[in-house]
Design a protein around this ligand. Structure first.
Ligand code: NAD
Length: 427
């Protein structure tokens, strides 16, 4: 099929290379000219495992990028909406990019022939496709949803760091459809994917995405809360997690107690659904606690250090790991940002190191902190070391000889930790 993808970020670009691998003709559209240029040169604009070789295989063949939405959508059978949805300061979903891109799509296919399918892949709160996307498309294209164009919601569940693998081998494909014809087109596009397809209505599909993220976030905050209790009792929460993970109703995944979740999705999605609930007269108390526990967790690492050494003013500290998780250079809502901010507020001297996310953090903290070129260099002068992201290269106990280590991710075993001046956040 001919596919246009609006928004060539993590989701859009990965969807693009994935669908081109399946033989579709893909055109990516982005307002960021630099990004368009890089994609056309087969250079990934961000780090994602396996992305570069796939891009090199498809650019010059059946994948290209442009900033001209009209040209990209005019002959497309399927148009994916993959732009970002951030949140406002009170947690409300920010639809500014979705509204702009939807307006552009509507205008672009105003005069076209045929019956395109619009696919909302951006994460939007339940009701958005029906109440915002459809009317905007209708007004700007003078076409009727269902009659002149199809519409579906197709939430994305990929994990950054494993995005290509997850897109190509999803555990399920959710299709929210305005009508059967719309869902049939998307089902056909995913024909070769080996995954169960669940077909539901538009707002159910939107809610499935939120419920998935909320569930994962709640599981993390829950094990962190248990970890905080374990810490006070002198119990290793990782042994507790092992013990409960055998139960198939619980499962062993997402039980890594520590600094909590970050990234571009979980924090904003939980906040957005809490706001939606509030607007409906329902207070989502459990979800509010999930957010609160997560926001407090990074501060606990600093408290541990203060308890151990007292005032942090002018102390030489190092933060190891900046991306919100290993395998990505994404630092959006990363716990590292909170840890660094808190250390600076307390007057500590901060050096940081991450294998791939340095430039993004340099853009945020500029010359307020020092940037090392290796873990060894970062640690060499430091008195206090904070382990914030569990990159493999930090799992070396020799790095930490003679240092006071505060581990937010449990990267060292109990045996290794025993020989060091070491403390874990929840163990
Ligand atoms: P992103 O910020 O990486 O990429 C969005 C891209 O859209 C940017 O390149 C931006 O320049 C472009 N864009 C914005 N407005 C545009 C317009 N009018 N026309 C063309 N391009 C435009 O975002 P992302 O991380 O890929 O997330 C996209 C959506 O998918 C969000 O709703 C997010 O919640 C959801 N999601 C993200 C992930 C993830 O792991 N990143 C996973 C599942 C779902």
């Amino acid at each position: 099929m001919r596919v246009a993808i609006i928004g060539a970020g993590y989701v859009g670009l990965v969807t693009g290379v994935g669908l081109s691998k399946h033989g579709n003709e893909v055109t990516l559209v982005d307002i960021d000219e630099q990004r368009v240029k890089m994609i056309n040169q087969a250079k990934p604009p961000f780090y994602e495992e396996g992305l570069e070789p796939l891009l090199q295989n498809s650019v010059g063949g059946n994948l290209r990028a442009t900033s001209d939405i009209k040209e990209a959508t005019i002959g497309a059978d399927v148009i994916f909406l993959c732009v970002q949805t951030s949140c406002q300061s009170d947690g409300t979903i920010d639809l500014v990019h979705v509204e702009q891109a939807t307006t552009d799509i509507g205008k672009a296919f105003k005069d076209r022939e045929g019956h395109p399918l619009i696919v909302v892949k951006s994460t939007v709160v339940p009701g958005t496709t029906e109440k915002v996307v459809c009317p905007l498309l209708e007004v700007n294209s003078s076409n009727r949803p269902g009659r002149d164009f199809g519409i579906t919601v197709n939430p994305e569940f990929l994990r950054e760091g494993k995005a290509i693998e997850d897109f190509l081998h999803p555990d399920r494909i959710v299709i929210g459809e305005l009508n059967k014809e719309s869902g049939d087109v998307l089902s056909e596009l995913y024909r070769d994917f080996d995954a169960p397809i669940l077909r539901v209505d538009l707002k159910t599909a939107e809610m499935i995405k939120y419920a998935s993220n909320v569930f994962l976030a709640a599981k993390i905050s829950l094990i962190n809360e248990i970890g905080n209790i374990c810490k006070r009792l002198g119990i290793d929460v990782y042994r507790v997690a092992e013990g409960i993970g055998f139960d198939p109703r619980i499962s062993p995944y997402f039980l890594n107690a520590g600094l909590g979740f970050g990234g571009s999705c979980l924090p904003k999605d939980i906040k957005a659904i809490v706001v939606v609930a509030k607007g409906l007269g329902y207070q989502a108390s459990l979800l509010e606690s999930v957010i609160r526990i997560n926001e407090e967790q990074p501060l606990k690492l600093i408290e541990l250090a203060e308890k151990r050494v007292g005032d942090l003013t002018a102390r030489k500290t190092t933060v190891l790991g900046l991306s919100f998780k290993p395998g990505t250079d994404d630092v959006r809502e990363a716990p590292s940002l909170k840890v660094i901010t808190e250390l600076l507020e307390r007057g500590a001297l901060v050096t940081v190191y991450d294998p791939i996310a340095m430039e993004k953090v340099r853009g945020i903290f500029k010359d307020k902190i020092d940037y090392a070129t290796s873990a060894e260099e970062a640690v060499s002068e430091a008195e206090l070391v904070f382990i914030v992201t569990e990159w493999d290269e930090f799992k070396n106990p020799n790095l930490y000889q003679g240092k006071k280590v505060f581990d937010g991710r449990r990267i060292l075993s109990s045996d290794e930790a025993e020989r060091l001046d070491y403390e874990g956040i929840c163990w």
